[in-house]
Every structure is written in C-alpha cells, then in structure tokens.
Design a protein around this ligand. Structure first.
Ligand code: GLU
Ligand code: ZN
Length: 493
C-alpha cells in the first residue's frame, strides 16, 4: 500500500510554527515511506480566508524546500486540490446521504435556533444543541418549508445510542458516546458550501489518504468523522494526532511567547535549515541524542512511532543556538549574500553594491559568521563600520563592579597598550598577554580593560571581536575613536 498523506491548512492566517511542524511530519513520513505528500487547501471558511495567507503558505513551504507531489500549482490525479473548487462534489455526496436517510434537510431559521438555545439555557437542560426538529419532517412539511423559500442546510443523523471509537497511533483507542457527539451537525450550509467535517472526510477518501497526521486539537472531531466514514461506507485512514507545541510555561505556543509566524522568523534571519531541523525536534527524536539533521536525512530516517506522546516545548534560545550553528557552516560567499539585504535595508550599503562595499563585506563575513545568532544581528554588529555614532554614555564604558575612576585608569592604560602594540605590528595574542598583565597590576578583570576599549572603538557593548574590529576600521580611525573616548573620560573630571 502506498502511503499518501496530506497537509490541509486553512489559509486564514500566516503559517505558524505548529502548522509547519505538521507539514514537516507529513512530508518526512511520506518521503521515508516512498509515499506521496499532498497539499490541500481547506478554504471553505470564506470569511476568514485571505489571499495573503495562501501566498504565505506557498512561500513558507518553498523557503523550507518542501515540495508537494500533488496539490495546487502542480496538480495531480485527484484534483482540484482547493476545496472551494470542489463544491459540486460535496453537494453530490451530501445529497447522497440524504437520499439514503443518513442525513436530512433542516429548514430552521437562525432565529428559531437561537430561541432553542435560550430555552435550553433557561431550563438548564442537560441537552445542548440542535433539537433535531427537522429530523423527521413529513414530505408535506418539507415541501411547505421548501416552498416558503428557506434554503435548507443538510445535517448528519447522529445515532443517539452506542459509542464510536477510533484508533490513534500515538494515543491508542479514543471512544466517545454518540450522544456526546454534537447533535446532528451541519454538513452542507445553505449557501452550498460544505463544513470542514464533510469536505475533510470526502477529500481524504477521494484523495486516497492513508494516514492523517494533524494537530491534537482535532481529536474531538474524530468520532464525528468516523460516523461520516460509516455513513458513506468508507474505510477511515490511520490517525496520528500530533502533540501540541508549547512554550516553556507549558501553554500552547502563542504570540505571548514570541514570534510564531514563520515569516517573522525568516525576516529576522533564521535559516530555513535551522527552522526545519529544530522544529522537527520539537516532539520527535531519532534516538534521543542526534541533534543535527538535514532535510535529506530526515526524508530517510523519519519514523512515525518516534513522535512523542507528550507536548513538545519550543525553546527560542535553543533555536537561536541551532541557527548560530548553521550560520557557522556557511562559506564567505554565502554569508556575504545572506547579510547583503540586511545591510542594504539599514542603509549601510547601496542597493547596487559597489566593489569597495563588496570588499568590506568579505572582510566582515568571517567575524560575523562567528558572532551572529540571526542574520539581522549583522546590522548592530557592523554598524560601527558604516556609521560613527559615538557612545557618550560613560556608564557603558564601565564594566560591572567597577567605578568610574578605576574604569578610567583601566581604559587609558589599556588603550595605550592596544594602540602601541598595533603600531608595532604585534599579534593580538601578545596584546592580550600585555593586557592580562595590566589587569593583574590594577587588580581588575580583563573585561574591565577591554570593555571601555571596545565601546570606544565600536560605539557599542555588543560587537565583533576587538582585533577584527580594529582591522576592519583601520588603525588611524581606531586611534581617533580612542582619543575621542579619552576626552570623554577626561572632561568628566
Ligand atoms: N483545515 C484544517 C486545519 O487548518 C485541517 C485539519 C485536518 O488536518 O484535518 O487545521
Ligand atoms: Zn431544523
């Protein structure tokens, strides 16, 4: 049996980490099984639909290098793969259920349904939901309602007795009493659009889906879907509901925790390979220890059973670490092309990069590669080279635990060593050794000397390694900035 899985997002918002993880698990499972990965657009919620979301979906999968075997754009034997283009199919199947007595037309107006709801609340009725008013209309009653011009919906006849069970690969058997399944849910709306349940079940069947991997929040829909499969006489696929993606506090990942839209991560300069690698590990592992996986490796080694049963924790710091690791693997050429748009946007270099600018970028690439966690870090880290905005806040020059006068002495003497050694062409390790001796003499930490020197040269406490900063800036400019900072210290007296 060929494995056929699908990612079936509703384009009602930007692709978020949780959705993308569902897509990745489906994709990797399909690939590892030599099966097919299908993309289906569930766009029947027309009020919440947006073109922007659909474009964002395509862009995100494209950026991650995830190609679908069947779906919109590429087509396939079970198309169309966009639900709003399949309305006639859903109408046909809903009608079939009506003809077989498994579903029925309901003519209730919204006002009537609201009235029923109010009464149920007022009488504290145990029974909530649709009162099955139209479940057994006589032919005359139906015709009369039809003649009055009301456009009916189609509802599924849910049995009031018995239980429905479905099996989940990770969670085992899940059973629900039929009377707890929502009473006679709508399958087809009066405008001819299907509800999620109807369209989802029909499409999974017609598209030959063998395994459904989707978020755990869909578990409550499971019994209803099974009842639908039974009504049609179809075999349901294998279910594998995926554990939630949570923040560190154990709550479902949301904007409160930080970025959740992949587009925002991308804008900050996360690499697709880092996102793909890390997101896959939130809730899955190969052997509990291997951390680095390329897409190609995951396409081979992904195992469904290794998905964790408990929810996964999305750790932003861990992602930063992964991203940093992937940045370190990049060549100079790659770093230059990755940082160029950020530096252009910051106005540091021109949109048509000149030869001079190029040269600077190639000099910047090696130290940046070691320091960036995300690509956008290149802006603050390299700003000193493109803009000279001196730091006039003296407290920035003073390392933790030091006072101004000891910081001043450390700076004056330390910067003299740095400049003198640079002029003498000494190596930076010699300079470090000399500064270490000075720190012992003054009884201060190394950083007590290096911090003010660094701030003087780079105008910032976060910067590239000192020796790189000096060689990027040139000795003359370095000296000028040191002198300027000395003046700042002296004028304080
Ligand atoms: N359209 C649903 C969603 O956006 C799909 C759920 C499913 O995979 O069945 O999550
Ligand atoms: Zn009704």
């Amino acid at each position: 049996m060929e494995v056929r899985v699908r990612y079936a997002p509703s384009p009602t918002g930007l692709q978020h980490i949780g959705g993308v993880r569902t897509a990745l698990y489906n994709y990797f499972f399909a690939k590892s099984q030599g099966g097919k990965f299908i993309l289906r657009i569930e766009d029947t919620d027309r009020e919440r639909y947006s073109d922007e979301s659909l474009q964002d979906l395509y862009d995100t999968l494209d950026w991650l290098g995830i190609r679908w075997d069947e779906g919109p754009v590429v087509g396939g034997p079970c198309g169309p793969y966009i639900q709003s283009e399949r309305l006639e199919l859903y109408q046909k199947y809903a009608k079939q259920l009506v003809d077989e007595g498994k579903a029925y037309y309901c003519y209730c107006t919204p006002e009537r349904l609201e009235e029923v709801r109010k009464q149920q609340i007022a009488s504290k009725s145990q029974y909530q939901g649709y009162d099955r008013h139209c479940a057994n209309l006589s032919e005359e009653e139906r015709k009369a309602a039809q003649a009055s011009g009301i456009r009916p919906v189609i509802r599924l006849r849910v049995p009031t007795e018995g239980k429905t069970t479905f099996h989940d690969v990770l969670m085992g058997d899940i059973t629900r009493r039929n009377r707890d399944v929502s009473p006679d849910p709508i399958l087809l709306k009066s405008d001819g659009y299907p509800t999620y349940h109807l369209a989802n079940v029909i499409d999974d069947h017609l598209m030959g889906i063998t395994h459904i991997m989707r978020a755990q929040e869909w578990i409550p829909s499971g019994p209803l879907h099974i009842l639908l499969y039974q009504a049609f006489g179809w075999q349901p696929p294998v279910y594998c509901h995926l554990p939630m993606v949570c923040g560190k506090d154990g709550q479902k990942l949301s904007k409160r925790h930080g970025d959740t839209a992949v587009r925002d991560f991308r804008a900050k300069g996360y690499l697709p390979e880092a996102i793909l690698n890390y997101v896959t590990l939130v809730g899955w592992s190969l052997d509990g220890q291997t951390e680095f996986f390329t897409r190609e490796e995951l396409e081979k080694c992904f195992v469904l059973e290794n998905i964790h049963v408990s929810s996964g924790t999305f750790d932003y710091k861990k992602l930063d670490w992964f991203n940093g690791q992937y940045i370190r693997k990049k060549s100079d050429d790659e770093i230059v092309s990755l940082i160029t748009p950020y530096l252009q946007q910051a106005g540091f270099i021109s949109s048509d990069v000149s030869a001079d600018e190029k040269e600077k970028l190639y000099k910047l690439a090696p130290p940046l590669r070691e320091r960036m966690k995300v690509l956008s870090d290149c802006v603050p880290l390299s700003a000193f080279l493109f803009r000279d905005e001196p730091c006039t806040d003296i407290s920035q020059y003073i390392a933790k635990g030091m006072d101004e006068s000891s910081a001043k002495e450390a700076f004056l003497r330390g910067s003299d060593i740095v400049i003198a050694n640079e002029k003498a062409g000494k190596s930076f390790s010699e300079t470090e050794e000399d500064v270490r001796k000075l720190s012992e003499e003054l009884g201060v930490k190394l950083n007590g000397i290096f911090q003010p020197v660094r701030v003087a040269i780079t105008n910032s406490t976060v910067s590239l390694p000192l020796h790189d900063s000096i060689s990027l800036l040139g000795l003359e400019e370095t000296e000028r900035r040191i002198e300027r900072a000395k003046a700042l210290f002296t004028q304080e007296d």
